[in-house]
Design a protein around this ligand. Structure first.
Ligand code: GSH
Length: 220
């Protein structure tokens, strides 16, 4: 039996959604973020040394990292579903987006969230102008130009085909859903991204995943 160690309001929602798309039997162990820090509870450290979610256990195996979990589930249980055939241009696009999501898109999206918090968060009045100045400088000089390029790239690619890897829905769309949600919340949604989100939200398996794992409230 597969167990998904699911942290509320997190990237783990993608794995829940994939499990629903695959129609596999699984159980969910729920973990709640700390209300003040948003960090995962220490219990998750008993499952994996980083204490982050998603993580799955399947018999003796423990698999962490969304992209690795997606590859594992699709390879082991997918029977060819949600992955384009080997040797096709679609397969290369699939691999690209599977890595792009966490390797390229998420780091500046997380930085944007952190520096927004530094800029707006509570702190002693004498430190505020300094912190605000540093946050604005990092955002203007580094984070925002990077995000502009990333979001324009995503938007253009979603204009090329209905889904990230081509005309067929694949697990790359599941992996890319979180950066598209986060980019829409933190930089503003563009038309193709908006339509992509509408398409995924309408999928029955997506809706079941939200019912079981709780609403995904993307912070901005
Ligand atoms: N690249 C990893 C990121 C894992 C990650 O950072 N998960 C976040 C939730 S979105 C987490 O567990 N945060 C709680 C913490 O760091 O304590 C993946 O895609 O699995």
């Amino acid at each position: 039996m597969i167990t998904l160690h699911h942290l509320n309001n997190s990237r783990s929602q993608r794995i829940l959604w994939l499990l629903e798309e695959l129609g596999l039997p699984y159980e969910i162990r729920h973990y709640q973020r700390d209300a003040k820090t948003s960090l995962a509870p220490p219990d998750l450290l008993k499952v994996h040394p980083l204490g982050k979610s998603p993580v799955i256990t399947d018999g003796d195996l423990t698999v962490a990292e969304s992209g690795a979990i997606i590859e594992y589930l699709v390879d082991r249980y997918g029977k060819g579903a949600f992955i384009p055939p080997h040797g096709t241009p679609e397969r290369l696009r699939y691999t690209y987006w599977l890595h792009f999501a966490e390797g390229t898109a998420m780091p500046p999206l997380v930085m944007k969230l952190v520096f927004n918090r530094i800029e707006k968060g509570p702190m002693p009045f004498f430190a505020k102008p300094i912190a605000r100045g540093i946050a604005q400088k990092v955002k203007q000089g580094f984070i925002d130009p990077n995000l502009e390029r990333i979001v324009s790239h995503i938007e253009a690619e979603l204009g090329r085909s209905e889904w990230f890897a081509g005309e067929a829905f694949s697990a790359a769309d599941i992996q890319m859903s979180f950066p598209v949600e986060a980019a829409s919340a933190r930089t503003g949604a563009r038309p193709n991204m908006k339509r992509f989100l509408e398409r995924i939200h309408a999928r029955p398996a997506y809706k079941r995943a939200i019912e079981k794992g709780g609403e995904l409230k993307i912070l901005s």
